[in-house]
Design a protein around this ligand. Structure first.
Ligand code: TYD
Length: 212
């Protein structure tokens, strides 16, 4: 997959690195993404969302009153939010030499719309590739938390959280399979324990990967 951002920006200035946090519901991603962004001095953003258009798409996607959204429409809305996010926020930052930490990115579409909803994985991958013009995360941090721990942390449920245990088992199995298939890009971090403990594990894993 080509990465056009690598050749953009000021000559001689290194492109920033894109680090994505992935995982199931209530895995602690948002807290850990914010802490890592702070340590790296990186731009913190999220999906679906990260732009005014993306946040409006997010409201629709998470709304439990939207009961009859088709799986393909869901995948396209995720991709639309991602296209706007990359064009407006992520690619300009990377091109300017800024690191970016995002709370979810393209691999969430593979896990949720692919493994969870049952859409064809290669088609979901192609959709993200088209939306982002081939921009994939340099490092993906999978916060590994069991379905039981995540269920115990949830409050009021959004449209995805309310999708049922089998859907979420498939999403978690999907993340595990994706991480196993591409160990050069993924780091799997134990997400159980206190936030400070998880932060230390994330830092050890990511700093080793970024300096490699
Ligand atoms: P998020 O805000 O990370 O939710 P949480 O903090 O509860 O984990 O993400 C919103 C929901 O959107 C989450 O249930 C996962 C889902 N999602 C997809 O289904 N596909 C995608 O491509 C993305 C980015 C998110």
């Amino acid at each position: 997959m080509t990465d056009a951002a690598a050749s953009e920006g000021t000559p001689g200035r290194t492109r920033g690195r894109l680090i994505a946090f992935e995982g199931g519901e209530a895995s602690g991603k948002s807290t850990q993404a914010a802490r890592l962004a702070n340590r790296l001095g990186a731009l913190l953003t999220r999906e679906p969302g990260g732009t005014a258009v993306g946040e409006r798409i997010r409201d629709l996607l998470l709304d439990r009153a939207v009961a009859d959204l088709s799986d393909r429409a869901e995948a396209l809305l995720m991709a639309a939010a991602r296209a706007q996010h990359v064009a407006e926020v992520v690619r300009p930052a990377l091109s300017a030499g800024q690191d970016v930490v995002t709370d979810r990115y393209a691999d969430s579409s593979l896990a949720y719309q692919g493994y969870g909803r049952g859409l064809d994985l290669d088609e979901v991958r192609s959709l993200s590739a088209w939306a982002t013009e081939g921009l994939w995360a340099d490092v993906v941090v999978l916060l590994d938390v069991s379905a039981e721990v995540s269920a115990s942390r949830l409050g009021a449920l959004d449209r995805f959280e309310a999708a049922g245990p089998e859907f979420h088992r498939n999403v978690l199995a999907g993340f595990a399979a994706l991480a196993q298939a591409d160990p050069g890009r993924w780091v799997v971090v134990d997400g159980t324990g206190l936030p400070d403990e998880v932060e230390a594990r994330v830092w050890d894993a990511v700093s080793a990967r970024l300096s490699a």
